[in-house]
Design a protein around this ligand. Sequence first.
Ligand code: ATP
Length: 333
Amino acid sequence: MASIEFVQVTQSFDKNIIIEGLDLKIEDGKFTVLVGPSGCGKTTLLRMIAGLDPHTSGSVLINGKDVTRIAPGQRGVAMVFQNYAIYPTMSVRENIEFGLKNNKVAKEERTRLVEGISSTVGLSDYLDRKPSTLSGGQRQRVALARAMVKKPSVFLMDEPLSNLDAKLRVQMRIELIEMHKKLGTTFVYVTHDQVEAMSMADTIVLMNRGRIQQEAPPEVIYRRPSNLFAAQFIGVPPMNVGELGVDGVKFGFRPESAVLTTEPGDSHFSMRGVVATREMLGSETIYQVKSGENAFMIKCIEDLFSFDQEVYVGVDAAKLFFFGADENRIDED
Ligand code: ATP
């Protein structure tokens, strides 16, 4: 196991500064997810941990040791990419064994390790099959097993589920959580998908434009977002935000925090509006309610309202967030 630390790290490519003076500590044995929109620098951070790109200045530490000048193969990290490359002509066993053979691990030990990891990822029955005979999810497991079998102290993953269909992604998320529990290794996982981040992370590191916006457990980011970006990135549909008309202060509330009624309710905050769209999703319905200049998304368990109906949007004071002109949250924790 290993902790990771970035100390005043700057990375630039072709004179473009991508990351500047970044400090971050990733805890030993935790499942940390780096999340943020495309181009925010997530992969850049992961590649610096792996040692794949020399960074411009600052230090990267693994287990307290400066690895800035240590080659990728000597860092004790393994990385699984989005386009996991498994060898099509090799069997599952040979694919998983490949790195061990390269490291001259003895045959008996190789067999023991391959069989152990295959059972962890649910591939025991497929060891003699060729990758072409496996499903997408099983192939992804081969890539994971191949990285895990080397017993890295840090396991890096860059969008490893993005090529899988929606159902398989959900299944693999659960499997990754279980694998992490079993292995107890430090996992650093990159995604742009906030649902993946929310469902798997012990700690989310939320990034935008090369900067860390918030670093906290998922429920803390959801309940106490530090700024407008964090408030709107985490949660589906995103937090509703409106202008208060005073000094650039904005208010916000989550779609699931509001109640819709046909008469004014007794909520602290109540606005009259009209149902503009209605999306029935089975277990819930999402309405868009237009109220003056604002359009709010409201999530309801029951499907009680129709298009063009006049409604009242009610939100309790405790469910409201306020953001200052600098977009940082200004209400009390
Ligand atoms: P995505 O979710 O799209 O993969 P990301 O958050 O992982 O995005 P990075 O891949 O880290 O983003 O890229 C951050 C920025 O750095 C982008 O503007 C990208 O174009 C730039 N960049 C990354 N690697 C290089 C490189 N080798 N040379 C030049 N620019 C690069």
